[in-house]
Design a protein around this ligand. Structure first.
Ligand code: ADP
Ligand code: MG
Length: 323
């Protein structure tokens, strides 16, 4: 059992940022509206996420540490109609197996929470605790017992940059949720709930963008794209920031990236790239997101249609812009 978890951990938990990604997905699936992530030493020493989601009761909190104890699929059939972000039921046990974890959770209807202390995946203590409704997951000393894995971690700043990216992508996909990222007590990201996509993009990617962003929204028979796009940037810091999402999930896909740049084709002077935040919604049957648990890959059933649709949508929006 524990060996299983350590093997699975290799798949899911590559570095602190992958822990943050899994915890964020769980909080979002739990309906959280306010998420705070505290990091120490690039996440190697501490990752603590606190949410105000639906929480877990006494039974659920023990259950969630069992592999494949996901509450998100009840039949193999569901696997093909994934609506939630998590679905494998292995993130929490995998993370617990390679760290010291403190898990606290309280559903709003319960008067108190439960607190579990784990070491290497084993529950060392379980207690009732006072807490606000929601869940908090503390992950300490990631890989401390696995020097071979720890060796692959980079400098704190590098690991922190990866974490920042994960939080940024997630915050872009969920402008209705409040996110805060603190490193050694300092706020790196602080975006408020319900600020809207334009404010969110500006707050995360550069305030100078706020007035420059143009809205894109195009619907086809089995596909819709919407989002915000900027003129080619002269500012090197934001140049080439292309964020694409498929059905709410951040993806990096060759077809989509090419389509975006093709859409800008005539507009891009050499070495200048736009800021693009683009959401692609399509029938889940037409896209396979379950290619790899940690990579951001998808496979479209109709690649060239998706490509052409994005190019056309962008070209329309660009034609109407006054840049
Ligand atoms: P998965 O997300 O694939 O179901 P996880 O190992 O990430 O698997 O989580 C296992 C289960 O623990 C979830 O299905 C959910 O029921 C519960 N859970 C995890 N995190 C939270 C959270 N922040 N709030 C409420 N429930 C949670
Ligand atoms: Mg999960």
């Amino acid at each position: 059992e524990n060996l299983c978890n350590k093997i699975a951990a290799g798949e899911v938990v590559e570095r602190p940022a992958s822990v943050v990604k899994e915890l964020l997905e769980n909080s979002i699936d739990a309906g959280a509206r306010d998420i705070t992530i505290e990091i120490e030493k690039g996440g190697k020493k501490l990752i603590r996420l606190v949410d105000d989601g639906c929480g877990m009761d006494r039974d659920d909190i023990f259950l969630c540490l069992e592999r494949h104890a996901t509450s998100k699929i009840s039949s193999a059939d569901d696997l093909f109609k994934l609506q939630t972000l998590g679905f494998r039921g292995e993130a929490l046990p995998s993370i617990a197996a390679v760290s010291r974890m403190v898990l606290r959770s309280r559903p709003p209807q319960c008067e108190a929470g439960m607190e579990l202390l784990l070491d290497g995946g084993e529950v060392k203590r379980a207690d009732v605790c006072g807490m606000a409704p929601g869940t908090s997951v503390e992950v300490r000393d990631l890989f401390s017992r696995l020097p071979a894995r720890r060796k692959f971690l980079r400098r704190d700043e590098t690991e922190l940059a990866h974490i920042g990216e994960v939080v940024t992508r997630t915050a872009l996909a969920h402008p209705d949720i409040q996110f805060r990222l603190l490193h050694n007590g300092r706020a790196l990201i602080d975006v408020r709930r319900a600020e809207g996509l334009r404010a969110r993009v500006a707050n995360l990617l550069g305030r100078h963008l706020a007035s420059d962003l143009v809205e894109i929204d195009a619907a086809g028979p089995d596909c819709r794209i919407h989002g915000l796009i900027s003129p080619p940037q002269t500012n090197r810091a934001t140049s080439g920031t292309i964020y694409t999402f498929v059905n709410g999930r951040y993806i990096r896909d060759r077809v989509v990236q090419h389509a975006v740049l093709d859409g800008y084709r005539t507009l891009l002077p050499k070495g200048r790239y736009p800021v693009v935040v683009l959401f692609l919604e399509l029938d889940p049957e037409l896209v396979d997101v379950n290619v790899h648990p940690t990579k951001h890959e998808v496979r479209f059933r109709q690649q060239s249609q998706v490509h052409d649709f994005i190019v056309a949508g962008l070209a329309d929006a660009l034609r109407e812009s006054s840049w």
